[in-house]
Design a protein around this ligand. Structure first.
Ligand code: ZN
Length: 184
């Protein structure tokens, strides 16, 4: 897109690009809602609860799972949205060739090193994932598994405190609902 593309046009281009890329995927919850609901929720959290207005961050939020979970490449994102947005998406993408536990460990290790836009996307992503576990958990998840996810997400977020106090407070409020035996 040209550098003169209005921010709102860029945001809708990202939403529509992501919707197309994720068109055959569903969320893990029992409702199996369309996957695009998740990136939309992440961008919504940033804008509505974090007061984020930067179109680059909002586009990166909408696109944040396209490389990790679809065939999208960095070059493709860079061609459509420019290198800045493409780079942020790469920063928040796990390397799926690595085993899951290794990917989770690396997220904790790398979170302090992320750029500020990538930290914002990561923070909103974790907020949405915890909310999903509370309200539409993946089928078959035990309380222990939910607890482990909550604790891991907190370790990732604790690596970059100070980036957006409003969103961090939102994260802490959601984390405070951490599932407990007998409370679920
Ligand atoms: Zn995500």
């Amino acid at each position: 897109m040209s550098p003169n593309t209005p921010p709102i046009a860029l945001i809708f281009r990202a939403a529509s690009f992501a919707a197309h890329k994720h068109r055959d995927q569903q969320r893990k919850g029992a409702e199996a809602s369309p996957y695009i609901n998740h990136p939309l929720a992440v961008a919504d959290v940033l804008a509505s609860e974090g007061g984020v207005e930067d179109a680059v961050v909002l586009c990166a939020a909408l696109l944040h799972d396209t490389v990790e979970d679809t065939q999208t490449t960095h070059a493709e994102l860079a061609a459509v949205f420019g290198p800045r947005i493409a780079d942020i998406v790469m920063e928040v993408s796990d390397d799926k060739r690595l085993p899951k536990e290794e990917r989770k460990r690396l997220q904790i290790e790398h979170s302090p090193l992320l750029s500020d836009p990538a930290k914002l996307v990561k923070l909103a992503d974790k907020i949405c994932n915890l909310r999903d576990i509370l309200h539409a958990p993946p089928m078959g998840w035990t309380v222990e598994r939910k607890q482990a996810y909550f604790d891991w997400a907190k370790q990732v977020v604790d690596g970059f405190r100070g980036i957006n106090p409003r969103l961090e407070a939102v994260f802490d409020a959601v984390y405070a609902q951490r599932p407990m035996l007998g409370r679920v």
